[in-house]
Ligand binder design. Structure first.
Ligand SMILES: *Cc1c(COP(=O)(O)O)cnc(C)c1O
Length: 392
């Protein structure tokens, strides 16, 4: 049996045909430098500027507000360190974020803490959703920045971004959102939602890897990320990744155009798995049942190790994850699962499946069929399960 089911789209996605086709000329004949003045370079420049328009349109921004970066992590670092350093000059050194952000945000905040910034991390509760009234209570006179992710990368929960944007506007606090998992999957309008900075990454919506963007609201000035040439209005110097940028532009336009239909299909797949896998004894769904990305399933099965489960699923041709790609390989349970109050031993038995429109309901049926006997086989070998089943 050579079946291969890719169910790890939260880690990365397949490059779409549309994105590849858009990129090809820039990987071959259109290799000019966008900054050059001859026609050959201006073709490249046109490609970059068209992509800037496409990215801006997808999130309701103006092209002038889009800065290309080398991915989501870079955009997060720039947004948070940039605002922190700009606001520190005005005496504001307090930052509010959440306990379950991506490490690109959390480790950036750790670095700022060492520089003397004060960090408040909001609770995300059992359902994995921030409470706006708790954010409101945490905002102080010296709060420089609120950074709350749009959708969590492990449990898929969607945050009340519109309400947070409204609150930050009223309290005159800058608002950044890591929207890497949300872009292309849920509608976003940075103006209507009062978002000041937003991070995205091409490879999470069927674009190429190593390219992303930071939206910075017009009028908000943060320090340069890279000093050098005049690229990105001098704020992030360096010859543009023309093929990557063009591919991301094509991918985001396609993702927005197919969002609704794709969402429905992914939700049908996820719902099938959730409904059926929850029939397995001592299993649970992680994160709110409704407020989640349509293609995300995150479950725990007590008495087993997520890593063993992944290996067994891999033998059946199923590519899944137990947490974020960045933490797989370490034996610590996921900080996201601990943040929603799971005990260490339960958090260890986690499984994340994340779908795209390449997946089918047939995949969902196959996954459920394979999952149940694997969980039981692992439990039979597990001393932990022996304790659980005896009610100890
Ligand atoms: C993948 C991801 C990132 C990092 O993006 P890269 O482009 O891989 O650097 C940041 N935040 C979230 C929520 C992600 O899912």
């Amino acid at each position: 049996m050579n079946r291969m089911i890719y169910a790890d789209n939260a880690a990365t996605t397949k490059l779409s045909k549309t994105a590849l086709d858009a990129m090809m000329p820039y990987l071959t004949e259109e290799y000019g430098n966008p900054s050059s003045l001859y026609a050959h370079g201006s073709k490249a420049k046109e490609g970059v500027e068209k992509a800037r328009e496409q990215v801006a349109t997808a999130i309701g921004a103006a092209a002038r507000e889009i800065y290309f970066t080398a991915g989501g992590s870079e955009a997060d670092n720039w947004a948070i360190k940039g605002v922190a350093h700009a606001m520190a000059k005005k005496g504001k050194k307090h930052i509010i974020s959440t306990k379950f952000e991506h490490h690109a945000v959390l480790h950036t905040l750790n670095a700022l803490e060492k520089e003397g910034f004060e960090i408040t991390l909001l609770d995300v509760h059992e359902n994995g959703v921030v409470r706006v009234e708790e954010l409101s209570a945490a905002i102080r006179e010296d709060t420089a920045l609120v950074s709350v992710m749009y959708a969590n990368n492990e449990i898929g929960t969607l945050q009340p971004i519109t309400e947070i944007g409204q609150l930050c506007k009223e309290k005159k606090v800058i608002f950044h959102t890591d929207a890497v998992q949300a872009v292309g999957n849920v509608p976003i309008d940075v103006k209507a939602q009062n978002i000041d900075l937003l991070s995205m990454s091409g490879h999470k919506f069927h674009g190429p890897k190593g390219v992303g963007a930071l939206y910075i609201r017009r009028g908000l000035i943060i320090p340069n990320l890279v000093d050098g040439g005049a690229q990105e209005w001098g704020k992030r110097a360096g010859t543009e990744n023309t093929p990557g940028i063009v591919g991301m532009g094509a991918a985001i336009t396609e993702a927005v155009a197919t969002m609704e239909e794709r969402g429905k299909k992914c939700k049908e797949i996820s719902d099938y798995i959730i409904d059926n896998a929850l029939k397995i004894e001592k299993s649970r769904l992680n994160g709110d049942r409704e407020k989640r990305l349509p293609g995300n399933v995150n479950m725990c099965f007590e008495g087993i190790e997520g890593e063993s489960l992944l290996l067994m699923l891999d033998l059946k041709g199923i590519c899944a994850s137990s947490g974020s790609a960045c933490t797989s390989g370490s034996l610590d349970p996921s900080h996201v699962l601990l943040s929603i109050g799971l005990k260490h031993e339960v958090a260890h038995g986690s499984l994340r499946l994340s779908f795209s429109d390449e997946n089918t309901l047939d995949d969902a049926k196959y996954i459920v069929e394979q999952l149940e006997p694997i969980v039981w086989r692992l439990r039979e070998m597990s001393p932990l399960w022996l304790h659980i089943s005896k009610g100890e």
